[in-house]
Design a protein around this ligand. Structure first.
Ligand SMILES: Cc1cc2nc3c(=O)[nH]c(=O)nc-3n(C[C@H](O)[C@H](O)[C@H](O)COP(=O)(O)OP(=O)(O)OC[C@H]3O[C@@H](n4cnc5c(N)ncnc54)[C@H](O)[C@@H]3O)c2cc1C
Length: 377
């Protein structure tokens, strides 16, 4: 390490901690990551088989507009990792109910020239035998979307970061921080650096009390199923499928690229403790199963392989909170169930701000996908 090399300490080794380490190391920082669990940590929000990446964003049009840059940021990461963990299989939306998703989504897709089209219902019935056609109003097929593979990404990041000299310290729970000194305390040991970054996901309010009540932990369930053999061919070519009904949206990840078929919903429970047990209750499962049964043609033919309870934080407007803390720290709460796809982009902007190339106000506004003048300090 050279005498004037800047140092950074990152608390949390989920996708935000690891991509921030990547972005800061690229800028020449000597980086240390402190993670409470293993690296990667199966209890983190980030660690799963798949996450959706998409331009279609409903009423959150500001986030739709960040997506071209988000895809570019992933490309930069793939270049450094030497491989891509994105399957660009598209996403198709089956709408049974107009909940103000269609118009803003189509507007944003057109503005960004992302390919999309309305699929005639008779064609949809032929191509998607897994879908319940009764009550369907419209079907929208979109490009610029697909599946990211988080477990592979996190593993590959850990390997890459170690190779470029990032110090990865697992099983190390940070008990307290001093953001004015760039300090993280673990028991009686102090870790200190020029810059401190807190990326502790659903546990963010423990170290950053100002987000308490604003970024609220939310317990969410996902179900993994084995689809029936008569639908294997259709599922093997399927895009990400989202069904939107009166009760809310359900997303499904097809069983492709060596991953299992997964179903989850986008209704926030806004309940639970991320340190609590992760054993799914009958209610956790029923919430998701009921939406699946509404949108799919033969739900009884699917065998459940696993039900999983996991956590993320939720804000009222679903915007991320990325802000300075004291004089030497920043924190990241990229939440509300849509943070994974934006991680390399947000991390790169954060590194830019830490390096003094972007103002903190501009960083906060960018990550909240809002114009600077409309962003509260
Ligand atoms: C079921 C589900 C589905 C989702 N679907 C999508 C999707 O389709 N597309 C999308 O873009 N996003 C999606 N998301 C959201 C996305 O996964 C999250 O926004 C993202 O993973 C958050 O990453 P993070 O690094 O902030 O938090 P985490 O991954 O939770 O990482 C935080 C880490 O900090 C560690 N930590 C906490 N406290 C301390 C401490 N005191 N000391 C040391 N370490 C600590 C934790 O152990 C953890 O490893 C989904 C999330 C879930 C749960």
């Amino acid at each position: 390490m050279s005498a004037n090399q800047q140092t950074a300490l990152i608390v949390g080794g989920g996708i935000y901690g690891l991509t921030t380490a990547w972005a800061l190391a690229r800028r020449g920082y000597k980086v240390t990551v402190l993670e409470a669990g293993p690296l990667p940590n199966p209890r983190s929000s980030s660690c799963d088989e798949h996450r959706i990446i998409r331009h279609a964003y409903g009423k959150l049009e500001g986030y739709a507009r960040l997506m071209p840059a988000a895809f570019e940021a992933w490309d930069a990461l793939w270049k450094d990792l030497g491989t891509s963990h994105l399957a660009p299989i598209g996403a198709t939306y089956f709408l049974r109910h107009d909940d103000n998703w269609f118009d803003p989504t189509i507007r944003a897709l057109e503005e960004m020239t992302v390919p999309h089209r309305l699929v005639p219902l008779d064609e949809a019935a032929r191509r998607f035998p897994m879908i319940e056609m009764d009550g369907l109003q419209s079907v929208v097929e979109t490009g610029g979307a697909g599946m990211l593979f988080p477990a592979r990404i996190l593993n590959d990041l850990v390997v890459h970061l170690a190779a470029v000299g990032v110090d990865l310290i697992s099983s190390t729970h940070v008990d307290a921080i001093d953001p004015d000194r760039g300090l993280a305390r673990v028991g009686s040991t102090d870790y200190q650096a020029d810059r401190l970054v807190i990326c502790t996901g659903a546990w963010i309010d423990r170290l950053v009390p100002e987000v308490k009540g604003k970024a609220v932990p939310s317990r969410q369930a996902v179900l993994y199923y084995a689809p029936p053999p008569e639908l294997a061919q259709a599922w093997s070519q399927a895009p990400v499928i989202v069904t939107r009904g009166v009760e809310g949206g359900l997303y499904t990840m097809p069983p492709r690229y060596g991953m299992r078929f997964k179903v989850g919903d986008h209704r926030f429970s806004r309940a639970g403790d991320p340190d609590g047990d992760r054993i799914p209750t009958a209610d956790d499962i029923e919430r998701v199963r009921a939406l699946f049964a509404e949108g799919f043609s033969t739900p009884e033919r699917y065998r459940m392989l696993e039900a999983k309870a996991c956590y993320y934080t939720v804000t009222d407007d679903e915007a991320f909170i990325v802000k300075p803390l004291g004089t030497k720290a920043h924190f990241v709460s990229a939440c509300s169930g849509h943070g994974f796809k934006l991680a390399p982009l947000v991390a790169s902007k954060l590194a830019e701000a830490i390096d003094g190339a972007l103002s903190d106000a501009a960083l906060t506004a960018y990550c909240a996908a809002r114009p600077l003048e409309e962003t509260p300090a």
